[in-house]
Design a protein around this ligand. Structure first.
Ligand SMILES: *Cc1c(COP(=O)(O)O)cnc(C)c1O
Length: 408
């Protein structure tokens, strides 16, 4: 893997707040004064670098957070938004205009799927959904008006890994933009190093990590970021998914511990995946040899951050999945909740929740079965203890046999 360590890049940024504070000062203003009227005009025209105008356009704290996230993804620039969907829709609406065409992975976040499938066509932007590792079908789907290939580096909820190097080759050959949602694998995968043009995160998940806010970011070239913020034609400026300064400040502070958290999430998830697979359960985790994309992911990650904090378990039926999740919540093993990246384990039945926007036949075809539980494994200090308690729950609901203890 290429020598690049985003944690070092982020750590090397130095801050001096307004009064010498070790954290940058929060500017609690929606609008900014000008000493000269001429500078105000120039700022509107985009010719007064470093001047703030109005906080929907940019604000000091949002720029600090964006700068740190650009370091995370090794891009020239970034822009933060009030949600992950705000980042996804702003970048797609900037990259595509009426009459354009997108090729997207069919296993993407439900909200993104709904946007591409139902909303964007009303603006005359069509999407072809593909199996993201079937390069033949991708190349066949390319049309003269195709502008973008869109995927998640590790997909939700099936944990399919996209071969970003290969996709970027296809994009370069056909003059397309590769847009990658890297929400599931911050620090461990660096899409830009493998040729992605725009990298997106829902900050709501691992990056903020405390389940107290929604937020998003898109990272790319300075030119692209400036385009999205243009006062006359910028998708983000005009649609307005602006992050509040106080939130940027709190997310920036949480970002400080991301490298430590990701290692622990991955360590715990790997531990549980191995144990549960060994017990004969239907577990899927890209860190397991049995995962179809194990070798691919291994070739893509910065090893120290591992294979991520998500795993899935097929409980067979929705009823069984529900019974198990309710029991695990009662036993305080985590919460029955959507979302991910929290200190506690979160679990939900994907087909009935975060992927419910995808019609049932399509869900089954791509492998989101009715009993599929997605786990976002927490930062548990003693994962062996967690495993033992989890195992008891699985035995109680009949997913695992009670072990017969042999005294001989
Ligand atoms: C949650 C999520 C989103 C949407 O982010 P919000 O912050 O909820 O708007 C997009 N992509 C992925 C992979 C997600 O998990």
């Amino acid at each position: 893997m290429i020598k690049f360590n985003a944690a070092n890049e982020i750590q090397d940024l130095q801050y001096f707040g307004e009064f010498g504070g070790v954290n940058p000062s929060i500017s609690d203003s929606s609008t900014y004064t000008f000493l000269s009227a001429k500078t105000m005009f120039d700022t509107f025209e985009g010719n007064a670098d470093g001047c703030y105008l109005y906080s929907r356009h940019s604000s000091p704290m949002n720029l600090y957070l964006a700068q740190a996230l650009a370091k995370l993804e090794n891009t020239e620039a970034a822009n933060v938004t009030s949600s992950g969907m705000g980042a996804i829709t702003s970048s797609l609406m900037q990259a595509c205009k009426s009459g354009d065409h997108i090729i997207a992975s069919r296993t993407i976040y439900g909200g993104t799927y709904a946007f591409l499938k139902n909303f964007f066509p009303t603006f005359n932007v069509e999407t072809t959904f593909v199996d993201i590792n079937n390069f033949d079908s991708i190349e066949k789907s390319i049309k003269p008006n195709t502008k973008v290939i869109y995927c998640e580096s590790v997909s939700n909820p099936l944990l399919e890994v996209a071969d970003l190097r290969k996709l970027s080759e296809i994009c370069k050959k056909n003059n397309l933009k590769l847009i990658v949602d890297n929400t599931f694998s911050p620090l461990s995968i660096s899409p830009k190093l493998m040729g992605a043009d725009i990298v997106i995160h829902s900050l709501t998940k691992f990056i903020n990590g405390s389940s107290d806010t929604v937020g998003g970011v898109y990272c790319g070239t300075q030119e692209f970021i400036d385009d999205t913020k243009n006062v006359n034609t910028g998708a983000c400026m005009l649609l307005g998914p602006t992050m509040d300064s106080f939130r940027s400040a709190s997310i920036l502070k949480n970002l400080r511990t991301l490298h430590i958290r990701m290692k622990q999430h991955s360590y715990n998830a790997m531990y549980l995946a191995e144990k549960l697979e060994n017990d004969g359960l239907k577990v899927s985790y890209p860190g397991l040899q049995s995962h179809k994309n194990h070798e691919l992911m291994k070739s893509m990650i910065h090893e120290e951050y591992g294979f991520g904090g998500l795993l899935t378990l097929d409980a067979g039926t929705t009823d069984k999945a529900n019974e198990l999740m309710e029991l695990m919540q009662t036993e305080n093993l985590g919460y029955l909740a959507v979302s991910l990246g929290f200190y506690k384990t979160l679990f939900s039945c994907s087909g009935n929740s975060t992927s419910s926007e995808i019609p049932e036949e399509e869900r089954l075809e791509i492998g989101i079965s009715d009993g599929l539980i997605r786990f976002s494994i927490g930062l548990d200090h003693d994962i062996e203890r967690t495993y033992q308690k989890m195992k008891e729950c699985m035995q109680k609901v009949g997913l695992l046999e009670h072990q017969t203890i042999s005294i001989f």
